[in-house]
Design a protein around this ligand. Structure first.
Ligand SMILES: C[S@@+](CC[C@H](N)C(=O)[O-])C[C@H]1O[C@@H](n2cnc3c(N)ncnc32)[C@H](O)[C@@H]1O
Length: 188
């Protein structure tokens, strides 16, 4: 089914620093990130979470940002460059069904999919690609906006994630969202 994709100009709203008042990247992500990690961010938009992630991984880490829209990627790169973080960020343009990450098989420590799964036409394929990219102890954080996604729809997404091999770890308390962490293995 064809899904509604976030218009590129909404990217500016999502990247607004005022959003930190209710969704602070440091509070949300810092506990999961260590220096030197390889991060995959699916649907980063203009980089509200990507830039803080690039700070947290330090000079030895990298953040691979994969988005469907070139305008989002271009703006993300501009912002990263301005912040002096572009050397830690790699951007890729995806297609509706491929994240173009075959080379990342079992290389990713932490993956983030924030407010994106509801826009994806084939979530099973998405979760399978993320599953394959994760290291054995790798983790995925999925967060979906309560304004667009009902609890029932979120539970359906999680069932699809589980059918792709992911295990639910924890429910997270992030404002205006349904959020969980998932892992590749159950003996975490
Ligand atoms: C609502 S925005 C969220 C942006 C960002 N994660 C945030 O929270 O600020 C959704 C983003 O996902 C991207 N997107 C939608 N479908 C995608 C797909 N199949 N693969 C990669 N990115 C996708 C859109 O282009 C858009 O940038």
């Amino acid at each position: 089914m064809k899904k509604h994709i976030c218009p590129w100009y909404v990217g500016y709203l999502l990247a607004n620093p005022l959003r930190r008042l209710f969704q602070n990247p440091k509070n949300i992500l810092r506990p999961f990130i260590k220096e030197g990690m390889t991060i995959l961010e699916v649907g980063p938009g203009m980089g509200f979470f990507s830039l803080p992630l690039a700070k947290f991984v330090g000079e030895t880490g990298r953040v691979v940002c994969v988005d469907l829209q070139e305008k989002m990627i271009k703006s993300l790169r501009r912002r990263a460059d301005k912040a002096g973080l572009l050397t830690r960020i790699e951007t890729r343009l995806s297609t509706e069904t491929s994240l173009q990450i075959d080379d990342l098989r079992e290389k990713v420590d932490f993956a983030l999919a924030f407010a994106v799964v509801h826009e994806v036409s084939d979530p099973k394929k998405l979760f399978t690609q993320i599953f394959n990219s994760l290291k054995r102890e790798g983790m995925l954080l999925v967060s979906e906006p309560t304004g667009h996604v009902t609890k029932g729809e979120f539970d359906t997404m999680l069932s699809i994630a589980q059918s792709a091999g992911l295990k639910i770890l924890d429910t997270l308390n992030i404002a205006r969202s349904h959020s969980v962490t998932l892992s590749k293995i159950s003996d975490f």
